[in-house]
Design a protein around this ligand. Structure first.
Ligand code: CTP
Ligand code: CA
Length: 226
């Protein structure tokens, strides 16, 4: 059947996958997050497990069932996600599908914030940069074969190629999130994978499950050849 294509291509290979959004607390009842559903990362975890991999899935808050034979670790913030990934190392392959919040509030208020009449109608929230999980893991001496995603609304392939180089990745998956029928919250995706030689491989729009299998097949082949 179509879904037993390449069942053993990742036999015994350790695959670490990040998925979903992260949540960054403002106070005990409020947080900042994004529209990531986690569907692509979970589909990749399922496809990698089907291909025989030992999969660790580090997920931000999502509403999805854990795929069979996948070890899932739930996290909330970007810093939690980095710590969970570091604890899951070493790994042979890293696939960073999470939509990590780039910034977090500098301080988390210990109590629920009250509207403050002295500041007028505005609320000024000081934000600081979160660690880059993918770049951090790809810079380790025991760096895994590293695959990133680039979600862009413009200059897709240029920005993706820049991220591949800046983060020292093996592959980057370029994803046009300006197109509402693919990417973030949709059921389908269409992607272009770019390698270190800037060679491109395109996958036409289809379900995230099918894209995930195609992508896992490509990653397995490139990992075996690297
Ligand atoms: N990523 C990560 N940790 C972060 C930010 C991003 O691991 N703090 C990973 C994502 O999981 C993705 C890749 O880096 O695989 C690119 O994420 P993206 O948000 O597209 O790029 P950024 O490097 O954050 O750059 P910018 O948002 O400014 O375009
Ligand atoms: Ca970002």
């Amino acid at each position: 059947a179509a879904d037993c294509f390449q069942r053993n291509v990742l036999d015994g290979v350790r695959v670490l996958i990040t998925a979903g959004p992260t949540q960054e607390n403002i106070d005990p009842v409020r947080y900042i997050t994004n529209h990531s559903s986690g569907k692509m990362g979970f589909a990749l975890a399922e496809a990698a497990a089907e291909a025989g991999a030992q999969v660790t899935l580090v997920s931000g808050p999502v509403f999805l069932p854990t795929p069979d034979r996948v070890q899932r670790i739930d996290v909330v913030s970007a810093r939690d996600m980095l710590a969970a990934c570091e604890a899951a190392m070493p790994s042979d392959i890293l696939i960073a599908a999470a939509a990590v919040a780039d910034y977090r509030p500098e301080v988390v208020a210990p109590h629920k914030l009250k509207k403050d009449p002295t500041t007028g109608d505005g609320l000024y929230l000081q934000m600081v940069r979160n660690p880059d999980i993918l770049a951090t893991l790809a810079a380790r001496p025991d760096r895994p074969f590293s695959v990133g995603f680039a979600a862009e609304t413009e200059h897709l392939l240029d920005y993706a190629a820049r991220k591949l180089k800046d983060k020292n990745l093996d592959l980057i998956v370029a994803n046009d999130v300006a197109n509402p029928s693919i990417g973030f919250n949709s059921e389908e995706n269409a992607i272009t994978v770019i390698d270190r030689q800037l060679q491109q491989t395109g996958f036409a729009q289809t379900s995230k499950g099918k894209i995930a299998r195609q992508l896992i097949a490509l990653i397995a082949a490139r990992y075996a050849a690297h």
